[in-house]
Design a protein. Structure first.
Length: 143
């Protein structure tokens, strides 16, 4: 059965020990180890919230870079460092995510990035899914 990847995504996690260590796969990509901190897990992989931070960061990064490239901006280097602040009450999901966007470019200006971040918020599906539930704070550093 052929599926349209733009409409349907498939992922699978399989328990691989007697605690909370899973092997996760999606499509034909290499597996990732997902675990929880002791005593429930053995800290043998990413936690679910760490994977979320990576997912949000790469989604925002993809949106930002796509827009900047359409604007014909020169990108010499790019990275996003993310930090999540957890809620104190259960479920202890994230209440705030800080995205520190570091971009090396000779022609990207602060005002460009303000527009690009606004557009990215509307086209990044991960950001769209958490909007209204998790505060996302952006800090842009242009070198």
């Amino acid at each position: 059965m052929q599926t349209d990847k733009s409409k349907e995504l498939l992922a699978k996690v399989v328990l691989i020990n007697n605690k909370l260590n899973f092997s996760g796969t999606a499509d034909s990509n290499p597996p990732v180890s997902i675990d929880y901190t002791p005593p429930l897990g053995d800290n043998l992989g990413y936690t679910s919230l760490e994977l979320f931070l990576l997912s949000l960061s790469s989604c925002v990064g993809s949106a930002v870079l796509s827009i900047l490239r359409k604007m014909k901006k020169e990108i010499k280097g790019f990275e996003i460092e993310s930090k999540g602040i957890r809620k104190q009450e259960h479920p202890t999901g994230l209440k705030t995510v800080y995205l520190n966007i570091n971009i090396n470019s000779s022609d990207v200006k602060d005002e460009d990035m303000e527009k690009v971040i606004q557009l990215s918020e509307s086209i990044c599906p991960v950001w769209s899914m958490v909007k209204g539930n998790v505060e996302v704070v952006n800090n842009v550093n242009i070198v």
